[in-house]
Design a protein around this ligand. Structure first.
Ligand code: SF4
Length: 247
């Protein structure tokens, strides 16, 4: 089996969404099928090396050559981290579902955390999700608004994706900016409501990057009120790991 390319691997606290503060091992796959204006991840899909922090918080990084086979990756993770101390393993990116075949080989070798696999995805690859859904315990799915990403929103892909993801513990994250408008929010809210109004929605004010700025305080509260008219649980949570200086 061919290997996959990674950007970094580390153990830290989840900084986004309703699982904020929980301890995870982060496996950041290289490459993405989307192009958000605010993206803070290196865009090279084939980096020569990935970095791995040997001791959480110590910044004692090693460099490991890409690509890496799943057996080797799981060995490295178990060598440096105690899986039983972790809530879950975050498969993140980039877009991890690009590597859906690889994930089917990797996940069985990474048993031993408390809650299993947490998939962080841009919500645009429904068929790929279907091929690994049985391996995922929790899913953080984005709905990508054009006002923040500067890319056209793939509405129907998001709808299909959420239908598949709703078989698991899923929440939807929407990054909002000062350009976000009620028309696109209503479309996003309709998708969630039509599949299951109990699915939690998190508004994440954008961390300024690429000329994209966060909404004002009163705007974000109006967004939340709009969503609460149709969805049961709606939270506003910024990227907290940046406030703490965590990876
Ligand atoms: S989906 Fe995520 S990784 Fe891909 S471009 Fe957007 S922010 Fe970056």
């Amino acid at each position: 089996m061919l290997g996959a390319h990674f950007v970094e691997i580390f153990s830290s606290v989840q900084g986004e969404g309703p699982y904020v503060g929980l301890r995870q091992i982060f496996i950041r796959f290289a490459g993405c099928n989307w192009k958000c204006a605010f993206c803070d991840t290196p865009t090279n899909p084939r980096p020569e090396y990935f970095t791995m922090e040997k001791t959480p918080g110590q910044r004692d990084f090693i460099q490991v050559a890409n690509p890496v086979k799943p057996e080797r990756l799981s060995e490295l993770i178990k060598q440096y981290y105690n899986l039983s101390h972790h809530h879950s393993i975050s498969l993140t990116g980039g877009e991890p579902l690009i590597y859906h075949d690889y994930i089917t080989r990797l996940v069985p070798a990474l048993q031993g955390t408390r809650k299993g696999i947490y998939l962080e995805t841009n919500g645009t690859l429904p068929e790929e999700l279907a091929s690994v859904i049985n391996l995922c315990n929790m899913i953080s799915m984005d709905i990508k608004l054009e006002s923040a990403t500067k890319e056209k929103t793939p509405w129907e892909l998001h709808r299909e994706f959420l239908k598949v993801a709703s078989q698991r513990d899923v929440y939807v994250k929407i990054v909002v900016s000062n350009k976000t408008n009620s028309h696109e929010l209503e479309r996003a809210i309709e998708i969630i409501q039509s599949i299951d109004p109990n699915i939690e929605l998190v508004f994440q004010p954008v961390t300024p990057k690429g000329g994209v700025l966060p909404p004002t305080n009163d705007s974000i509260l109006r967004f939340q009120e709009l969503a609460l008219s149709a969805i049961k649980n709606v939270r506003v949570i910024p990227q907290t790991h940046l406030m703490m200086g965590q990876l």
